[in-house]
Write a protein that binds this ligand. Structure first.
Ligand code: HEC
Length: 163
């Protein structure tokens, strides 16, 4: 509702789409020298814009809407709770190797999303509507902050040139 939806789909920064190129071989060569530290591996399935559309936007809508239309039943609270959890985890999705754009502001705003949506999650578990609403405001700052820096900006509309 508050976002500019018709942005040209530009390459945000290099690397968003070229996911996971640096995969190491799986474990059967166990004694490979200087192997990367063992840990989970990730597979990027879609670019950040699709994470926005599939996960971040629908879950944040539910959290933002809760403030306007507070849940009244347990079931509705569970819906808000799950949406907040999903929103927080979408911050992690933005950070997985191959999708994360950089280790600076991208990481900072993603963590801000995780932390603020976690507050909404805790508030929803406590059925604290003011807490959900306050968290919503800071969640929105994470969205805005990241978009200001990383969303492709539309070219100035032709009409603006006349002024
Ligand atoms: C860490 C960065 C980051 C955060 C945090 C973030 N976004 Fe995004 N978002 C992006 C990027 C990058 C794009 C543009 C992707 C593209 O066009 O390639 C985008 C695109 C969008 C779009 C436009 C989708 C379209 O139709 O093209 C919407 C709407 C959106 N985000 C909503 C949100 C909301 C709501 C939040 C917070 C709850 C949020 N975003 C948080 C990075 C972020």
């Amino acid at each position: 509702m508050f976002m500019r939806r018709q942005l040209a789909m530009l390459m945000v920064t290099g690397g968003v789409l070229l996911a996971g190129c640096s995969k190491t071989e799986p474990a059967h060569s166990a004694s490979t020298p200087a192997a990367a530290p063992a840990g989970p591996t990730f597979k990027v399935v879609g670019p950040s814009r699709q994470i926005m559309l599939a996960v971040t936007i629908p879950s944040s809508d539910k959290v933002f809407n809760a403030a306007a239309e507070p849940p009244t039943t347990d079931e509705q609270w569970v819906t808000v709770e799950r949406a907040a959890l999903e929103l927080a985890e979408s911050g992690n999705l933005l950070l997985i190797p191959g999708r994360a754009v950089d280790d600076g502001d991208w990481s900072r705003y993603s963590h801000m999303l995780i932390d603020t949506a976690s507050q909404a999650y805790a508030a929803a578990q406590a059925k604290d509507i003011n807490g959900v609403s306050d968290a919503g405001n800071v969640i929105y700052e994470a969205c805005e902050g990241c978009h200001k820096k990383y969303m492709p900006q539309p070219a100035a509309p032709a009409s603006a040139a006349a002024q």
